[in-house]
Design a binder for this molecule. Structure first.
Ligand SMILES: [Zn+2]
Length: 54
């Protein structure tokens, strides 16, 4: 029951495909591009932040 959503626009993060993944000591870090243009930073199963690269 991951209800991940973009902190900026509230869209479900599952709608976007992961762009890249990195293995870290804390889990898999992945980046997804949201429809609003933000990059969602996901660690494991949780969205931990978003970056705006406009
Ligand atoms: Zn968004």
């Amino acid at each position: 029951m991951n209800t991940e959503s973009c902190p900026r626009c509230g869209r479900p993060a599952e709608e976007s495909a992961p762009a890249s993944r990195h293995r870290t000591g804390e889990g898999t870090l992945s980046y997804r591009r949201c429809a609003c243009g933000s990059w969602l930073v996901r660690l494991g199963e949780h969205v931990i932040g978003a970056t705006g690269t406009h």
